[in-house]
Design a protein around this ligand. Structure first.
Ligand code: FE2
Length: 142
């Protein structure tokens, strides 16, 4: 198999993984502003806005690679909970960060370009930081 064929055969699984993470990034874009509007503490709100801005940035990176690989970004929204307490919301958020990090880690060994490899490294580090932020907020809620 030529390296071109090999890259081509990996495109399907890679597109599937990137689309799986896109669903989660996109779910964040809906659930974070909704929750943020119920938070009065300004510092807490700013931290949630950081997660939101990063989710938008991540979704753009992921979509760019899906299109480059010849795929179509998928937009199905994951359901989001209506009436979580702050702690429940943060725990769920932390699980989402963990899940997204896991998807990016799984995409790493089949990444087809240096650019994707570099982007995945950045995404993994970013989700790790988000996980740590959630952990901190769970320990010291506003
Ligand atoms: Fe994140």
């Amino acid at each position: 198999m030529s390296s071109h064929d090999q890259a081509h055969s990996m495109a399907g699984p890679l597109i599937n993984l990137l689309n799986a993470s896109l669903q989660l990034e996109y779910a964040n874009i809906v659930r974070l502003p909704r929750f943020r509007s119920s938070i009065e503490d300004q510092e807490f709100a700013r931290k949630l806005e950081w997660l939101l801005t990063d989710s938008l940035r991540h979704a753009e990176i992921v979509m760019r690679h899906i299109r480059r690989l010849g795929g179509e970004p998928e937009w199905t929204l994951a359901p989001f909970p209506e009436n979580d307490s702050t702690i429940d919301f943060l725990k769920r958020q932390q699980n989402l960060e963990q899940e997204m990090k896991g998807i990016y880690e799984n995409a790493m060994p089949i990444s087809d370009t240096d650019e994707l490899h570099k982007d995945l490294n950045g995404l993994i580090a970013s989700e790790q930081n988000h996980w740590a932020l959630c952990d901190d907020l769970i320990r010291h809620p506003a």
